[in-house]
Design a protein around this ligand. Structure first.
Ligand code: SF4
Length: 105
């Protein structure tokens, strides 16, 4: 399973540079550069009334569904990279995040 580091500290699922979701979705179906991708699972910290009770303890091992089919690590809609990084230390919305490991085919 992909090892994921995430520095999006404004996301409610982030803890200790890890994601507390067991599965995330990277967006960017027409992306040719990393800046055209984003984490579609981002939820702004402290916003909304839903809970994150589905979250697990922070762990790097994360299942990554990925819509960025132009990425060399995308295999049938899943990320096949051993290790990826989601970037967006100042992000206040999903589209300000990016998959820093995107590599165009
Ligand atoms: S931005 Fe995405 S990968 Fe990072 S903590 Fe939030 S949901 Fe997880």
């Amino acid at each position: 399973m992909t090892q994921l580091d995430c520095n999006v500290t404004n996301c409610m699922h982030n803890s200790n540079d890890c994601c507390c979701k067991a599965k995330i979705e990277v967006e960017g179906s027409s992306a040719n550069e990393k800046c055209e991708t984003c984490c579609g699972s981002y939820d702004k910290k402290g916003e909304g009334s839903y809970s994150n009770s589905m979250d697990r303890d922070p762990s790097k091992a994360t299942e990554v569904n990925c819509k960025a089919t132009n990425c060399m690590y995308n295999v049938g809609g899943y990320c096949d990279a051993e290790h990826i990084g989601i970037n967006g230390s100042k992000a206040s919305s999903s589209d300000q995040t990016e998959c820093g490991s995107f590599r165009c085919r």
